[in-house]
Design a protein around this ligand. Structure first.
Ligand code: XMP
Length: 326
């Protein structure tokens, strides 16, 4: 019967067989799949593995620290962080169209990753070694969805900024290929990974970039990050994490409305709360959150986050609304 300890032992053995003494690269996203697949490979081959984390500046509060501090502390993985925040902001300047944002973010991600990859390959060559392997956090449902082909070219590209260059000359290491999400989480816990990563709700690859309706700027990102952190903290405090599939928090940066705060008139932006319940994200219903929790979130956001004077609740199911606003 299924037991995370057995799966770990079995996968570690397989990875060692596949990789031998070769070097391996992995891209961490902050999400559970890449975190667990990387930890498994590290368990198997130790410092033959180098993990790369691209900070695109579209992360939520604390996510980079979770990877750089907590994840590294719990695994001992060798990590390179690429600080690409300026590059991404520059590339996104003046862009409001959602699909264009996605394209730009995907393209910049690949560029940033290719740069480190080239450095690592050169470094290995100078030492008479070769980087031959790339870790992918492909799960069983991804395998089924994309036709089940094994091998090198079948890189998960759908819907994901984990989407890596198609022409990579790497052999893939995919230790999660036979597993479902719950099993991946169980393995992550068994490996001692931080709960904030293992239990994380889905978060899109393009990050906060597709939760700002309008142009993405540093200032707007800061506002959204603060509002999002408040909503997440209050939902967790109320014990609601397991009832919610995910709760996008969206900044309507192109909308202003009149408000009154203190003894003055304000002209600020609305924040949208989009809590949804779902099995697989294909369909979803809006989650009936308790009024007192909504009230607490609304009060805190309007009191603590500058330029926000209104909090609204999205009560649309999917369909017709998507989960994200962009
Ligand atoms: P929608 O908005 O289409 O979202 O109802 C369904 C699920 O997919 C996530 N999502 C994305 N994930 N890249 C991703 O990696 C994307 O571009 C993207 N767009 C949406 C969304 O958060 C939800 O879980």
């Amino acid at each position: 019967d299924w037991n995370s300890g057995n799966v770990i032992a079995e996968q570690v053995e397989r990875i060692r067989q596949q990789v031998g003494t070769g070097r391996v690269i992995s891209a961490l996203s902050g999400g559970v799949d890449s975190a667990v697949s990387t930890a498994l490979v590290h368990e198997a081959v130790g410092d033959q593995l180098i993990a790369v984390f691209v900070d695109h500046g579209l992360l939520r509060q604390g996510e980079r620290e979770q990877v750089e501090n907590d994840y590294v502390a719990s695994t001992g993985v060798k990590l390179i962080t690429v600080d690409a925040r300026e590059t991404f902001l520059g590339a996104l300047a003046g862009v409001s169209d959602p699909e264009q944002k996605r394209k730009i973010i995907g393209r910049e991600f690949i560029r940033a990753f290719e740069q480190v990859q080239a450095d690592l390959v050169a470094e290995a060559e100078a030492e008479g070694e070769q980087v031959r392997f790339l870790v992918q956090g492909t799960l069983y449902p991804d395998v089924v969805e994309s036709g089940g082909g094994a091998g090198t070219a079948n890189i998960k590209s759908h819907h994901n900024v984990g989407g890596l260059p198609e022409d990579l000359q790497f052999e893939l290491v995919e230790p999660l290929r036979t597993l479902f999400k719950d099993e991946v989480r169980a393995i992550g816990r068994e490996l001692g990974l931080p709960e904030a990563i293992v239990g994380r709700q889905p978060f899109p690859g393009p990050g906060l970039g597709i939760r700002i309706v309008g142009e993405v700027t540093a200032d707007r990102l800061e506002i959204l990050r603060e509002a999002d952190a408040i909503a997440r903290a209050e939902l967790t405090k109320a014990g609601l994490d397991n009832e919610i599939w995910q709760c996008p928090v969206v900044l309507l940066a192109d909308v202003r409305s009149v408000g009154v705060q203190g003894d003055g008139r304000t002209y600020g932006h609305p924040i949208v709360l989009r809590p949804v319940s779902s099995e697989d994200a294909m369909t979803a219903d809006w989650t009936r959150l308790p009024y007192d929790v909504l009230s607490k979130i609304s009060n805190r956001i309007t009191n603590e986050v500058r330029d926000v004077n209104r909090v609204v609740l999205d009560v649309t199911s999917k369909p017709p609304g998507t989960i994200e606003w962009e």
